[in-house]
Design a protein around this ligand. Structure first.
Ligand code: ADP
Ligand code: F6P
Length: 325
């Protein structure tokens, strides 16, 4: 435990996620409690390179816990991928007396945090992504809000799908991961979820056969969840229409999943993770990632976290098929 007063930087990087503001608030207020100074770094790693810093105090994060997005802005930064960029960022930290940085973002941002740590600036990563695609943690900031947004959209589609006796495909985000699609598949009582982790060439044939079979036994409309990582929702809809005769529409809900006021879970977990990140810096730790595993908050070295592999819950996948009619 260090008694030295530090200056802690905080940034958000990669795709924004509801709950990032709650994490920023927790970083700032926990740091203030320890008596450390806080500097907000604007637009992720770009702000580190351009010295776009703002001093933050406990009051500067008032009224943000319920807001989606990130008050610090976010970006993707190519220059930071280079060694020269990383050296410049570390140099700017030293110039402004920044001893440690909390990086809130996805696994790309974690790699950035690790690179900054290699340049001598202490870093702690906090998982902030709607995709839930980080192997070391069962929770990532924003997933809960995003999946609820997607679920509500699919509920609305169910109404119109039923009225018109159609097949509706809803495409949800997740980059190459199928967690949002899988959870929506169960929560919306959909009959099929197309997931990048299990997708194979014959899957659309299987889906069409299933639609035909269920239509024969009296099913009057169909909800299919498709993951962004598979995409081609319009083409899939066209094929279903051609091969089943059922009017089929595709809806890609897109970026609305990234916005909105965070759910209670996202606010609470983001607060706990942001606060823990500062505890770790205060203890003198570096290159760690905060995680939630087996019912408790914990942390791993970024390197160990990056070596872990995430997959979808296959029991959940089976559940969709077991419960659909
Ligand atoms: P996410 O953090 O949501 O996964 P990205 O993969 O787009 O998003 O990464 C966000 C940013 O993190 C990148 O734009 C880049 O600045 C930084 N980053 C990603 N990978 C690396 C890497 N290998 N080395 C250094 N920085 C990286
Ligand atoms: O990582 C979050 C996410 O929303 C993914 O689900 C999606 O693939 C990607 O970001 C889209 O990113 P953007 O619109 O910022 O380019």
């Amino acid at each position: 435990m260090s008694s030295k007063k530090m200056t802690i930087g905080v940034l958000t990087s990669g795709g924004d996620a509801p709950g990032m503001n709650a994490a920023i608030r927790a970083v700032v207020r926990t740091a203030c409690d320890y008596g450390h100074k806080v500097v907000g770094i604007k637009r992720g790693f770009i702000g580190l390179l351009e010295e776009d810093f703002v001093e933050m105090d406990a009051m500067s994060v008032s009224d943000i816990i319920s807001r989606g997005g990130t008050i610090l802005y976010t970006s993707r930064c190519k220059e930071f991928m280079t060694l020269e960029g990383q050296q410049k960022a570390a140099e700017n930290c030293r110039k402004h007396g920044i001893d440690g940085v909390v990086v809130i973002g996805g696994d790309g941002s974690f790699k950035g945090a690790e690179k900054l740590a290699e340049q001598g600036i202490r870093t702690i990563a906090v998982p902030g992504t709607i995709d839930l695609d980080i192997a070391c943690t069962e929770y990532t900031i924003g997933f809960d809000t995003a999946v609820n947004t997607a679920m509500e959209a699919a509920d609305k589609l169910r109404d119109t799908s039923g009225s018109h006796e159609r097949c509706n495909i809803i495409e949800v985000m997740g980059r190459t991961a199928g967690h949002i699609a899988l959870w929506c598949g169960i929560a919306n009582g959909s009959e099929y979820a197309l997931l990048p982790e299990t997708y194979n060439e014959s899957e659309i044939d299987k889906l069409i056969a299933q639609i035909n079979e269920k239509t024969k036994i009296g099913k009057r409309h169909h909800i299919i969840v498709n993951a962004e990582g598979i995409g081609h929702s319009e083409e899939i809809a066209k094929r279903i229409k051609e091969e089943t005769g059922i009017d089929t529409r595709a809806t890609i809900i897109g970026h609305i999943q990234r916005g909105g006021s965070p759910t209670c879970r996202d606010r609470v977990y983001a607060s706990a993770m942001g606060s823990r990140a500062v505890d770790l810096l205060h203890q003198g730790q570096t290159s760690r990632v905060v995680a939630f595993c087996h019912g408790e908050f914990t942390d791993y070295s970024i390197q160990a976290a990056m070596e872990m592999q995430k997959t979808i819950d296959h029991n959940f996948d089976k559940l969709i098929h077991k419960l659909s009619r």
